[in-house]
Design a binder for this molecule. Structure first.
Ligand code: GTP
Ligand code: MG
Ligand code: NA
Length: 345
């Protein structure tokens, strides 16, 4: 099985940004869940992952795509949520290192904040393309909400003083990005996606701008990184979190970036006291559009294809180290080589 432009894997999209800008709430709005409401203090403290099949995203993206007529070639989108609190910069680094594209969430009422700038540095270092969700547009004075509306449709229906506040705040955010050496523009005024960062005004409360955001991510991944997101049978996988789960013992949440993993596969992961070699007992995935962080009815799979967030149950995972790669052992592999490789991380 060779790489082929006809078979793309799902791109991985990481959501980054300052604390409380609305990262988890935006995902909740798309999923129609309330993960944020179940978080201690409303603060995200772990990396999350949610798989969105394209068939589900289409109800939103089609609202924009009626003009663009873009073919959907990606099977879906794996979205990785990260914490914005300053103490979790290691988790933001982990997220930014494994994604193909990122959404940097900025509160339109606050502009660029310390962890926005930190996230910007991470994205630049990993050379990750990103778009900016200029979130909380519903907080603009006098804003009249239109649920899940494309941004330009709702903007056309706002009173002139609301439009004027929207324009002022957008301009000052663009100026703040300019100070960071970045050109930015509203996505529908951006004629150079390679050099200028697109701003997508959104609301996690009303869903406004969400069709635009999902459409833009789909379009950018398909048009700009077709090669990078080609499916290959070779496993590329990293450990997101190590967690004890009632009834399962210690499990690892992993991000399968490419290839496929089977129940019964022998795997090698980095451990605190040396490499761990173990066998996949169960490959568990949350249902589509459900967060892996939330204990739910995990589905048990014989095989999982990239990209996907997977909870792996196996023996001896207690000392596994998050943020490192996971390797699958093939018949002609030297196990000692794989052990050395995972311990290098
Ligand atoms: P951390 O993960 O802790 O960094 O925060 P977060 O970026 O995930 O933000 P979160 O989703 O926890 O939202 C923070 C607060 O902002 C919550 O009270 C949300 O209800 C509120 N909020 C999020 N998005 C919006 C929005 O678009 N409009 C308004 N009015 N409030 C929002
Ligand atoms: Mg959050
Ligand atoms: Na929060």
């Amino acid at each position: 099985a060779e790489r082929s432009p006809d078979r793309l894997r799902s791109p991985i999209c990481c959501v980054l940004g300052h604390v409380d800008t609305g990262k988890t709430s935006l995902l909740d709005k798309i999923r129609r869940t309330n993960v944020q409401g179940g978080e201690a203090g409303g603060i995200t403290q772990q990396i999350g992952a949610t798989y969105f099949p394209m068939s589900r995203l289409r109800t939103q993206t089609d609202k924009i795509n009626k003009d663009l007529l873009l073919d959907y070639k990606i099977p879906g989108l794996l979205v990785v949520d990260t914490p914005g609190h300053e103490s979790f910069s290691n988790l933001r680094t982990r997220g930014s290192n494994l994604c193909d594209i990122a959404v940097l969430v900025v509160d339109i009422m606050h502009g660029l904040e310390p962890q926005t700038l930190e996230s910007l540095q991470l994205l630049r270092r990993s050379k990750t393309p990103f778009v900016v969700a200029l979130n909380k547009v519903d907080r603009i004075y006098g804003w009249e909400p239109h649920k899940f509306s494309p941004l330009r449709d709702t903007l056309a229906k706002q009173k002139s003083y609301s439009v004027s506040e929207f324009e002022t705040r957008t301009r000052s955010t663009i100026a703040a990005f300019q100070e960071q050496g970045l050109n930015a523009a509203l996505y529908y005024e951006n004629d150079d996606f390679k050099r200028t960062v697109s701003l997508v005004p959104t609301s996690a409360i009303t869903g406004e701008g969400i069709p635009d955001l999902l459409m833009l991510i789909t379009q950018l991944t398909q048009q700009m990184m077709g090669h990078r997101i080609m499916f290959t049978p070779w496993v590329q996988c990293s450990v997101l979190e190590v967690k004890a789960i009632d009834g399962l013992g210690t499990t690892i949440d992993v991000c399968l970036t490419n290839g496929e993993i089977h129940e019964g596969d022998e795997i090698v992961v980095c451990g605190m006291n040396g490499a761990i070699v173990t066998t996949v007992r169960a490959l568990l995935t949350p249902p589509p559009e459900r967060e892996i962080r939330v204990k739910a009815d995990y589905q048990r799979n014989k095989v999982v294809t990239a990209a996907m967030g997977i909870k792996i149950s196996a023996n001896d995972l207690e000392k596994a180290v998050a943020g490192t790669q996971l390797l699958v052992v093939h018949p002609d592999d030297e196990i000692e080589d794989l052990k050395a490789e995972v311990q290098r991380d």
